[in-house]
Structures are given as structure tokens and as C-alpha cells.
Design a protein around this ligand. Structure first.
Ligand SMILES: Cc1cc2nc3c(=O)[nH]c(=O)nc-3n(C[C@H](O)[C@H](O)[C@H](O)COP(=O)(O)OP(=O)(O)OC[C@H]3O[C@@H](n4cnc5c(N)ncnc54)[C@H](O)[C@@H]3O)c2cc1C
Length: 566
């Protein structure tokens, strides 16, 4: 820090309704202001944040903030497992080939190479930490999922991989005492000093504000599935990391790519229960209302085609039959095996009145994984000095236009660990003085927004995104979505110090960026389907989309960027 006395939180010159409220993003509003300081501040306690915090704590003083508890993460819900070339019949080259094929021309080749080559070592480290992966005769049992050419998905507790892995990492964090953990603390914005990120400001359960000064900040805030009304993502997945990085001036990449999972339980809950792809890997079928296996003959891998392909065919069935769901059929599989291998899905369906072993299960697509993220290199570096990102918040380029199943837990592990290696280099030379500066924060009273208005705003945004910028998009709908989002934004008063309000503003920002990038990309590729540009266009569109905030106008600038060798 270069001796400045005052820090800026969020955008320095926020703009009008289509961007951010014209007052600063937050106001102190008389709240107590506390200060703390770290070498490294990690925001997020999923697989990426836990990996980064644990690794960094070997050398540095680390703070870890999560807005919920450590079991309220997407990681905790993960079912299928972690993909890695662990079998003697497999190789990183084969894993690379499958990942590139699924990513339809937009993967960053170097990043994928790093992922597949370093993945197996990270899995072995997880085992050394105490993770009990499922084994038979001392050997890992490997599952098969869509678009993988072979069985390579390591799993734990049958289909409870996420909770087993997260618990193992969390145990080390909470028992080791090397990481200062703050749960139920909502990070509002990043602190910037002279173009460098130097910490974050957060809101505690009692309404107090904490200024966490840090020589480096790691954003690991997960995804943004909650932008849509039907999602498998937990309530915390509101794109806060994307939104605060954008406000601070970081570049976001490929925001149009939201992956919809084909087989989420057909119901109205938020979040909806995922019916893991690993079930299809074990031989479950997809059937239409007439009982036909519609994926047979539609793709050589039938039900195990890449997710975007399955979703496209489901969309075709919905249009043909006037329906909005299809059926998952596991009745021909051994009942004991199903109960033992898929306890989460089996019990979850039982609670909802379905028996996986004897009944057809209604399923429909739901937003599931956000490919768009804060652009990083293969060391977790964003475009802002001092700001790093890993996990679902980041865009490392490994997923291209369509994520290969079970590559995201792996991404959190591999790039979380690489971020630590980069932090070690960065902190060895970066200015060590984290001064007790004061945060320059407006202190005007704010009424904020009525909770009912906020709840209705979130619901309306979800419906708008689902109806107008969901699995299939066109220009007319995207324009309508853009207008609705701007109107919704403009109807809100500047946010008070309240998590629901702050989340809504973040969701609106992310939605605005998804719509803007989806409008720009005039082709269909991977998870982005445009009915008005239904073909993939490699001549004009083998490009990334980039979104950044114009510091002069405060408005988003959407442009294209080159793809690094696939
Ligand atoms: C139902 C389901 C099943 C899945 N199954 C698989 C699978 O089998 N294999 C696979 O590879 N992938 C799977 N995925 C995807 C994968 O689970 C996620 O991509 C991955 O867990 C994301 O990890 P993360 O560490 O990036 O984020 P998360 O695990 O989502 O953690 C995000 C953290 O950030 C915190 N946070 C967010 N905003 C703030 C804020 N403002 N202030 C403070 N803290 C904040 C949250 O509290 C949380 O601690 C699945 C996803 C879902 C929804």
C-alpha cells in the first residue's frame, strides 16, 4: 500500500440505473466499523476457498470469510464426484481430449493441460488429508459420466462426494487453528487502493462492518445459479464474487455460458434436487412421455452425450410434445446397488414421494454451473493486482463453452493449489505494509428497500432470466430481458446494510452481464443456444466475450477476446 489514508470500496464513480445506484454501493449508516488485517483474505469456504486457505496458511496469516456456514456451499451438495485420470487404463491426454471436445472450441488449452496433469496429485493429497473415497479391494471405484470416454470419476459416500470432501477440508481448517475463520459474514465489496486490491469490507450478523485489510485477496465465492428461478444451486450462489470483482474493475469472461443440468428433479423447490448424471453413467435411461428413449439415435453416446447436447434434445421433445419434463428410468438397475451407490438421490426422491428403484422420476433442466467468471490465468491471477480468483467464481478457460461433468471440483482443487503457489511468489515481493488505513465510506442514512419488494424483485429476476435468457435465447427476448432488468434496477432504492438486498443487487449485475454477453454472441455454441443464430460459427465466433466496467461511465463494456490455443 502506497501510504494512502483512504480506501475506496466498490466503484469509485458509480452510475445510473442500468449500472449501479448513483450513491456509493454501500453506506456506513452509523454501523460500527471494525478493522482486521491479514496477509491473505480468502472469500468463500467451498472446495476452492478451503484449498487456497489451507495451503496459504502454511506460510501466511490467513483470514477466511464465508457468508454462510461451511456446510452451506455448492461443494457440499456435489454428488457425482471428481474427474481425474487415476486408472492405469486412463491418461491425462485422454482426459484432455474429452474436456476439449466438450468445450466446443473455446477451452484454453494450457489451462486444460494443467488441470488434467495436476489433478491426480491433488486427489491423492485429499486422500492423505483423510478423505475416504469409495474403493473396492483397495482400489478406487471410478464412475462414468456424460462425454467422458472412460470411467474416471472418483467418488465418496456413493453420491455424497461434495460433503465428504468439504468435511475433510473443513476439519483441517477448524482443528488446525492456522486460519482465522469467520462464518455468517457477508463480504460486500473489495477495497481498492491505487488500482490494487487491498482487502474487503464485510457485514456481520449483528450489523457491524469489518474492514479486512489484506496484502492479497482470493475470491472463491462460487457460482450464480440463483439468477434463474429453477436451479440446483444453493441459496448462497448469488454471483457476489463476480459482481464485486466487476465493481472493482476486473474483467469477467464468457458470462453468457450458464450450464443447465438436464436431470434436476421436476419440482418447484429452490434449490431443486439434482439427479446425478452418474445414474445415467450406471445405465439409467431418459424417456419421453411415450416411453421412448429419445437420446438413442440422437447421439452416439445416447444418454451419456455432453450435457448441452442432452439439453438440446430435451428442448426438442418439449416443443414436440408440449411438455416441460421427461422421465429418468432406473427401474431396470439393481435396487440394492442403487440404494448403496446413490443414497443422496434415493433418499431425496423418497422424501418427494418417488422410489428410484420402482418408479419413473420426472426430470427437467435447471441452471447448474456458471462457466462465466472472473478471468484468471493458470495461477489464479485476475486482471487486478492483489486480486486472485479460483473455483466457480473464476474463468480459467478450462470449460470452454460447455463444462465436462465432474471437472469443477477438480478445478477448485487444482487452481486453488496453484493460487497458493502464486501467492507465495507474490507475497514474497509485494509491499508488506498493510497499514491501518481508514475506509472512506459514506455515512448518510438509507432506508433501503422493503423486504417484500426485495423478495419479489429476486423472484421476478429469476422468472425473467428463465423465460427470456434461459436455455434458448433470441434477440427479441434478450432485449426484453435487458429492459426488465434495468427497470427492476431503477425501481430499487440504494441498498441498505442487509444481505438480501445486497444479494439482489449482485444478482441484477450478473444478470445484466449474462444478457449483454448472450446478446453479443450471435451463434449457438455449447450451452449458449440462439434460436435466431442456430449454427456454430467458427469463422466469426471462436472468441471469448469479455465484460468490464468502464470507469468513466460506470457502464459495462462488452467485447471479444482471443481464445488461447485449444
Ligand atoms: C447439486 C450439485 C451437484 C454438483 N455435483 C458436482 C460433482 O459431482 N462434481 C463436480 O465436479 N462438480 C459438481 N457440481 C459443481 C461444483 O459442486 C461446484 O462448481 C463447486 O463446488 C464450486 O466450488 P467453489 O469452492 O467454487 O464454490 P462453493 O462451494 O459454492 O463455495 C462458495 C463459498 O463462497 C461463499 N460466499 C459467496 N458469496 C459470499 C460473500 N458475499 N461473502 C462471503 N462469502 C461468500 C459461500 O458462503 C461459500 O462458502 C455440482 C453442483 C451442484 C449444484
Amino acid at each position: 500500500m502506497k501510504g494512502s489514508e483512504h480506501l475506496a470500496a466498490g466503484p469509485s464513480n458509480p452510475a445510473g440505473p442500468a449500472g449501479y445506484p448513483s450513491a456509493p454501493f454501500i453506506s456506513r449508516q452509523g454501523a460500527d466499523l471494525r478493522y482486521s488485517s491479514y496477509d491473505v483474505l480468502v472469500v468463500g469456504g467451498g472446495i476452492a476457498g478451503l484449498t487456497a486457505a489451507l495451503g496459504a496458511a502454511h506460510r501466511w496469516n490467513v483470514g477466511l470469510i464465508t457468508k454462510g456456514t461451511l456446510d452451506q456451499t455448492t461443494t457440499f451438495l456435489a454428488q457425482g464426484g471428481i474427474a481425474a485420470a487415476m486408472s492405469p487404463h486412463d491418461s491425462p491426454d485422454l482426459h484432455l481430449k474429452d474436456t476439449l471436445e466438450a468445450g466446443v472450441g473455446l477451452c484454453d488449452g494450457e489451462a486444460v493441460r494443467v488441470l488434467v496433469e495436476e489433478g491426480p496429485a491433488r486427489i491423492r493429497e485429499l486422500e492423505q488429508l483423510g478423505t475416504k473415497f469409495d474403493k473396492r479391494d483397495g482400489k478406487l471405484i471410478l464412475g462414468k459420466e456424460g462425454a467422458h470416454s472412460m470411467a474416471r470419476v472418483v467418488h465418496a459416500g456413493g453420491d455424497a462426494t461434495g460433503s465428504v470432501v468439504a468435511s475433510a477440508l473443513a476439519d483441517v481448517i477448524t482443528s488446525g487453528g492456522r486460519v482465522e475463520l469467520h462464518e455468517n459474514e457477508f463480504v460486500i465489496d473489495l477495497l481498492m487502493d491505487g488500482g490494487r486490491c487491498v482487502g474487503a469490507v464485510s457485514l456481520g450478523e449483528e450489523g457491524e462492518l469489518t474492514v479486512s485489510l489484506a496484502r492479497a485477496v482470493v475470491l472463491a465465492c462460487g457460482g450464480a445459479g440463483q439468477v434463474y428461478s429453477r436451479t440446483t444451486n444453493p441459496l448462497v450462489a448469488t454471483g457476489d464474487g463476480h459482481a464485486m470483482a466487476y465493481r472493482a474493475g476486473a474483467v469477467l469472461r464468457d458470462m453468457e455460458f450458464m450450464q443447465f443440468h438436464p436431470t434436476a428433479f421436476y419440482g418447484t423447490e429452490n434449490p431443486t434436487l439434482l439427479v446425478t448424471e452418474a445414474l445415467r453413467g450406471e445405465g439409467a435411461y431418459l424417456r419421453d412421455d411415450a416411453g421412448e428413449r429419445f437420446m438413442v439415435g440422437s447421439h452416439p453416446r445416447a444418454e451419456l452425450a455432453p450435457r448441452d447436447v442432452v439439453v438440446r434434445h430435451m428442448q426438442r421433445i418439449f416443443q414436440r410434445d408440449g411438455s416441460d419434463h421427461v422421465w429418468l428410468d432406473a427401474r431396470h438397475l439393481d435396487a440394492c446397488f442403487l440404494r448403496e451407490r446413490f443414497p443422496t438421490v434415493y433418499n431425496g426422491l423418497q422424501k418427494r414421494g418417488y422410489d428410484l428403484c420402482t418408479q419413473l422420476v420426472p426430470v427437467a433442466p435447471a441452471s447448474h454451473y456458471f462457466i462465466g467468471g472472473v478471468m484468471t490465468d493458470t495461477w489464479g491471477r485476475t486482471t487486478i493486482p492483489g486480486l486472485f480468483a479460483c473455483g466457480e467464481t473464476s474463468s480459467t478457460g478450462i470449460h470452454g463453452a460447455n463444462r465436462l461433468a465432474s471437472n469443477s471440483l477438480l478445478e477448485g482443487l487444482v487452481f486453488g493449489e496453484r493460487t497458493v503457489r502464486e501467492l507465495n511468489r507474490y507475497l514474497a515481493v509485494a509491499d508488506p505494509a498493510v497499514r491501518k488505513v481508514r475506509l472512506e465510506l459514506a455515512d448518510e442514512p438509507r432506508e433501503g428497500n422493503d423486504p417484500a419488494v426485495v423478495a419479489e424483485g429476486r423472484a421476478r429476476l429469476g422468472r425473467t432470466m428463465t423465460d427470456l435468457c434461459g436455455m434458448v435465447r433470441d434477440r427479441e427476448d434478450l432485449d426484453k430481458a435487458c429492459k426488465t432488468i434495468a427497470t427492476l434496477h431503477a425501481s430499487l432504492a440504494a441498498p441498505g446494510l442487509n444481505v438480501a438486498e445486497l444479494e439482489l443487487f449482485n444478482l441484477l449485475a450478473v444478470a445484466e452481464h449474462i444478457v449483454a454477453a448472450a446478446t453479443l454472441r450471435e451463434e449457438s455454441r455449447g450451452v449458449h443456444l440462439r434460436s435466431d443464430f442456430s449454427e456454430r460459427d467458427d469463422v466469426n465466433w471462436r472468441l471469448h466475450t469479455l465484460v468490464r466496467r468502464d470507469p468513466e461511465t460506470g457502464q459495462p463494456v462488452v467485447e471479444t477476446g482471443a481464445v488461447q490455443g485449444t
